[in-house]
Unconditional design. Structure first.
Length: 240
């Protein structure tokens, strides 16, 4: 049985119903791409899964402990003025299980150093977040989720405004996390990223959700092979 499932879910934002009758299960140890036109409810669904937005109907069933759920929001949601270094940000990934007021153990510092090396940001360990590029910041944020040892990871447009090298690094790390057992839900807009990452696709369109096999979706007449944002006519009309 999947650890994350939706049961006749309905969600609203600002008094407007955004999603209705959404049902289905996210496969364990796999990456589900969440796609759709702007305003289709992708970020709304992620907020609901994380428990910050209550449903207006239906329910979300998640058996993963809260301390093992991680959310990487859009970069625009970050406060870059907060005086924190890359290493300090990565170390906060231990807070959900150990608390924010307890000191760090030597093995945790070793773990953080290994994570930063894996992400190619070891040289940035003591640099403030406000001085990082978009790609560097995204690597540091993913480092925090690795430190948390998240079993559920939700990412909202993680490849927006990052360099090609960062896309490659993040793609590899996310695939490794899925193979290790993490359930991953990621908002995507690019065909190449969809092809490289997705094991399953949830398309939100006109308030409803449609589940797809990624290869079938990519090979359908509505999607060409060249990389580009997902076309709006597909986001509005694809069903299965």
């Amino acid at each position: 049985m999947a650890r994350l499932a939706l049961h006749d879910l309905a969600l609203a934002q600002g008094g407007r119903t955004v999603i209705e009758h959404l049902a289905g299960a996210f496969p364990d140890a796999a990456i589900t791409a969440l796609i759709g036109a702007n305003g289709a409810g992708k970020s709304t669904l992620i907020q609901a899964i994380m428990g910050v937005l209550p449903p207006i109907a239906g329910r979300i069933e998640c058996t993963i402990p809260r301390e093992r759920r991680a959310w990487l929001p859009q970069q625009l949601a970050l406060d870059l003025s907060f005086p924190m270094s890359v290493e300090e940000l990565v170390m906060t990934g231990s807070w959900p299980t150990r608390g924010a007021l307890r000191g760090y153990r030597p093995d945790q510092y070793r773990q953080a150093r290994e994570i930063m090396q894996r992400l190619g940001i070891s040289q940035l360990a003591h640099r403030p977040l406000g001085e990082l590029s978009g790609g560097q910041r995204q690597r540091a944020l993913l480092g925090r989720t690795l430190m948390q040892e998240a079993e559920l990871l939700l990412l909202d447009e993680p490849f927006a405004n990052v360099d090609a090298d960062t896309v490659t690094v993040l793609t590899g790390v996310l695939r490794d996390m899925a193979r290790a057992g993490t359930t991953i839900v990621v908002v995507l807009h690019d065909r190449d990223q969809l092809a490289a990452l997705a094991d399953r696709v949830l398309l939100l369109a006109e308030g409803r959700g449609h589940w797809h096999d990624p290869q079938e979706l990519l090979q359908s007449g509505g999607m060409a092979a060249a990389p580009a944002p997902l076309p709006l006519h597909l986001a509005r009309g694809a069903t299965r």
